[in-house]
Design a protein around this ligand. Sequence first.
Ligand SMILES: [Zn+2]
Length: 109
Amino acid sequence: MADKWMCDCCHVNEAIGAASSGYIPYSFAWCRTCLQHPVHPEPEWVLSYLYYEVGDHGKGLVPDDQLPGTFKDDRYWTWREWADWAATQPDPPRETEDEVVQAGMDRHG
Ligand SMILES: [Zn+2]
């Protein structure tokens, strides 16, 4: 019976409720820490989707302060920190929008 309802964002804390993403038409389970965190974290695949699929390597998006942060490697990241890191990474394989969303749901759903 180890099935706690975990936060979809940090995967560390127990979720306190579900709420919509601010960026894509999905709802996630959130813990209190993530909901209250000033970087407005979302699951990392949401950032990846915005960076590669909505923007062109992060270009053409709304200002950084209107974009989500995330939780990765045991800490919170702002959008800018994450985008700077993403710029050093090889491009992911091209996927259709449906595949990107489905892959995210498979990983975390
Ligand atoms: Zn969390």
